[in-house]
Design a protein around this ligand. Structure first.
Ligand SMILES: *[C@@H]1O[C@H](CO)[C@@H](O)[C@H](O)[C@H]1NC(C)=O
Ligand SMILES: *[C@@H]1O[C@H](CO)[C@@H](O)[C@H](O)[C@H]1NC(C)=O
Ligand SMILES: *[C@@H]1O[C@H](CO)[C@@H](O)[C@H](O)[C@H]1NC(C)=O
Ligand SMILES: *[C@@H]1O[C@H](CO)[C@@H](O)[C@H](O)[C@H]1NC(C)=O
Ligand SMILES: *[C@@H]1O[C@H](CO)[C@@H](O)[C@H](O)[C@H]1NC(C)=O
Ligand SMILES: *[C@@H]1O[C@H](CO)[C@@H](O)[C@H](O)[C@H]1NC(C)=O
Ligand SMILES: *[C@@H]1O[C@H](CO)[C@@H](O)[C@H](O)[C@H]1NC(C)=O
Length: 384
């Protein structure tokens, strides 16, 4: 009886494995819904293309990526284009943290710090594809003990990307199977809402950003590592996107622009985290909105996360080639400094080193806790 049940259960599984979904001829998986087409690759569970209509009904591919799916794993610049980094995203100061009385050392791949769990993080691996439909794709990853170097225990991760009318949604889930460990996941799309076709500029400095709940930030040291400070964002200051929407380049002549995202490296503009301080009644409201006057394309970002990182592409140095679906007379075919903006909803950066923040229940998981779970969705529209 039990054996028969097992056979019945195993049979469809092996059929499934044999029929593992194949990507299209371009090496990508394509999802479509009214008003939206999105493409994905298994490397880093990444989104590679996202096409919506601008205000004149013209298709625009507004996300950064490569035409060549095979290039992702070998890209020497590796900006984590569209990726799902993990098992613990963003920075760990001084590449170390303590958990349950043990000090762990992670990989120093960002000065003395760790970024996106080092050079074997989840955005550096080819995930398994477990299911594909016309509107969704599910990727899985098996992250063995210490495989994200310096993080203990086995973690099983699942990411489902889906599209529906004018929207792209992602559900992130990860279970720590046999040991307590840090887990924090996000999506890492880079945006240029003009698809680089604006004849007057290939930059995003004229994109308008709103962070309506972002009146506090995570304080950083000269190397962009969290210090533990939670500075207030003064109205009218360079980092103020909460009192009203503002163009990303509006403060470019403010002396605070230079070094705003790290004085040691001279990172100018934004690579910072804003805390999402909201009441339960505001849970359904977007935590960020971005629009471009030129294309008229706007997105509203909805997420359950308590922070959002915004990076205005200071380190893009004209080496990342645009896709064939992008570009116009203002470009030379490559992404320039300030040519894009990356947006990453996630819990407070490096909370594992700041127990005083009381974020550990959002950042440490184990066999006795539920899984890490998060949802992120972008809703697209056009403005007049
Ligand atoms: C795609 O990238 C791979 C890896 O760099 C390279 O071997 C291949 O020639 C590229 N193909 C095209 C069409 O550019
Ligand atoms: C990194 O370590 C140095 C030396 O112990 C210490 O002075 C510094 O505060 C640490 N940085 C952070 C951000 O914790
Ligand atoms: C780098 O981090 C290590 C701990 O991992 C610390 O001992 C060292 O002092 C740090 N160096 C600097 C320059 O902060
Ligand atoms: C994909 O699945 C295979 C077979 O179960 C497994 O060995 C491999 O580790 C998985 N790859 C990833 C990235 O999880
Ligand atoms: C974890 O992996 C890293 C990198 O492979 C290695 O340097 C380190 O010694 C490992 N940690 C343990 C506790 O073995
Ligand atoms: C993880 O691997 C490290 C060294 O590679 C080992 O010391 C440790 O016991 C392992 N932990 C688990 C939970 O398997
Ligand atoms: C960008 O915005 C500024 C200020 O609103 C404006 O002066 C400038 O002409 C705009 N540039 C482009 C290329 O649209």
């Amino acid at each position: 009886m039990i054996k028969a049940l097992f056979t019945a259960l195993l049979l469809p599984l092996s059929v499934l494995a044999k029929d593992a979904p194949e990507p299209g001829p371009d090496g990508k998986y394509t999802l479509t819904a009214p008003g939206i087409t999105a493409k994905f690759v298994a490397y880093s569970a990444a989104i590679t293309n996202l096409i919506v209509k601008d205000r004149n009904g013209v298709d625009r591919d507004i996300i950064l990526g490569y035409d060549n799916a095979s290039f992702y794993p070998v890209d020497p610049n590796h900006p984590d284009y569209g990726a799902v980094p993990g098992r613990y995203v963003n920075r760990i100061a001084n590449h170390t943290y303590e958990l349950d009385g043990t000090r762990y050392f992670t990989e120093a791949n960002d000065g003395n710090g760790t970024l996106h769990s080092g050079l074997n993080g989840w955005s550096r691996r080819t995930w398994n594809v477990s299911e594909v439909t016309e509107t969704s794709i599910t990727f899985t990853i098996r992250d063995e003990n210490n495989s994200s170097a310096g993080m203990p225990g086995l973690v099983l991760g699942t990411v489902t990307h889906s599209v529906s009318a004018n929207s792209w949604s992602t559900k992130l889930k990860a279970k720590a199977v046999d040991h307590r460990t840090p887990i924090m996941l996000t999506t890492h799309p880079y945006w240029n809402l003009d698809a680089f076709a604006n004849p007057d500029t290939d930059l995003v400095l004229n994109h308008t950003l709103s962070l309506p709940f972002g009146a506090r930030m995570i304080g950083i040291d000269p190397n962009t590592q969290s210090t533990g400070d939670l500075p207030k964002v003064a109205k009218g200051s360079i980092n103020d996107f909460w009192s009203k929407p503002k163009q990303l380049g509006a403060s470019i002549n403010d002396p605070a622009w230079v070094g705003n995202c790290g004085t040691a490296s001279g990172c100018s503009g934004y690579n910072n985290q804003w805390i999402v301080d909201r009441e339960a009644a505001d849970e359904d409201k977007p935590i960020a909105s971005l629009s471009s006057d030129w294309s008229g394309i706007k997105w509203d970002l909805h997420s359950d996360q308590a922070g959002v990182v915004v990076y205005s592409c200071y380190w893009m140095g004209g080496v990342n080639e645009l896709k064939a679906s992008q570009g116009g007379k203002a470009t030379n075919g490559f992404v320039q400094r300030n040519g894009c903006v990356a947006v990453e909803p996630q819990d407070w950066v490096d909370g594992i080193n700041h127990p005083e923040w009381k974020r550990l229940d959002k950042q440490i998981y184990g066999p006795d806790t539920g899984p890490f779970e998060s949802s992120i969705s972008y809703k697209f529209s056009t403005i007049k």
